[in-house]
Design a protein around this ligand. Sequence first.
Ligand code: HEC
Ligand code: HEC
Length: 326
Amino acid sequence: MRKLFLRGGLVAAAVAICGIAYLILTGPEMQAAPDIKVPMTAERIERGRYLFENVAHCTGCHSPRDWGKFSAPVNAGTVGSGVEFPAELGLPGRIVATNLTPDPETGLGNWTDGEKIRAIREGVSRDGRPLFPFMPYPSLSKLCDEDVEAIVAYMNTLKPVKNRLPQTKLDFPVSLMAKFAPKPVHGKVTSPSRSDRLAYGRYLVTIGDCAGCHTPKERGKDIEGKEYAGGMEFPIAGMLVRSANITPDEETGIGTWTEERFVSQFKGHAEKSFETAPKAVQANFTLMGWMDYSKMQEEDLRAIYTYLRTLKPVHNPVERHPPVAN
Ligand code: HEC
Ligand code: HEC
């Protein structure tokens, strides 16, 4: 009997070891990068700039930000040059947003356009490494073909910045789990028509990954029933902000906001710039890139509002700027 137990234990251990070895050795689900060279037209580059800086806010994660100023703006000359996230955020490892500028040594200068598109939508680096899904490729996979090509066209025009950064290093076991996040995108990807406000608003909220900051998470997973209900904490530079509840709950969300109020909440920051932004203090501290978002087209803001109105209202009071000892 004891022998049998012993044998059972050995088998279980062997299975576990094989399982872990499989996880370590296996690569992510991936396909070859598409063979595409994005045509560099002025219109496409401008569309890409708009998406990169004002909607999907790639700028906000992939550039050094001045945490000493309101909404942590980015100095124009450093857009897309990469950054290591502050350790205070408590992320599972050393997380580095890549230098996306065309510098051949420290950026993406030697990447093909297809490799860039695959990384953005499918979460696989040039060498097949799975990207940590903090890079919101599960949402960016919805970027339609024209839009992802526009973003790449704009990235190709960024000023090359020499900025050598270490590679992301995830803690165990997140490092193993990250391999399951990449998913190939097949066939043609289209976006809803802009005239369908609700559907287009959902598209913008998806590629803008508003949920990334506004849906609270537990061990990296969205908490079910709390979609867009806010309350995620971001401690940075000795300050702390919690994301707002943007569901239509009347008491704790934006349920009483008119469309005009929503639009002017964004447009109200349009006059500020990197140079003139007020100093960040605990009472106004935020990492929501208000100045960049303020340049969103009014029609797009109205579409976003239309979609947000259809979310399930969630009662979740959030103190966005709690008192903290500075
Ligand atoms: C919430 C933060 C965040 C946002 C928003 C974001 N990224 Fe990333 N991105 C990252 C991080 C972090 C990595 C590195 C992940 C890793 O190394 O595992 C990354 C990696 C990448 C890579 C792959 C680079 C490489 O070395 O393999 C590309 C390309 C990229 N991002 C482009 C974009 C574009 C374009 C956008 C906007 C549409 C964007 N990112 C939005 C955080 C972000
Ligand atoms: C990088 C994190 C981050 C992202 C991405 C983000 N937000 Fe926010 N947002 C915040 C934080 C933090 C606050 C609360 C502090 C403040 O008001 O700035 C906030 C506040 C807001 C508010 C103000 C609500 C109020 O009651 O005053 C609205 C509206 C909003 N966000 C909408 C959006 C939308 C729409 C998107 C996507 C296009 C988005 N946010 C993306 C972090 C983010």
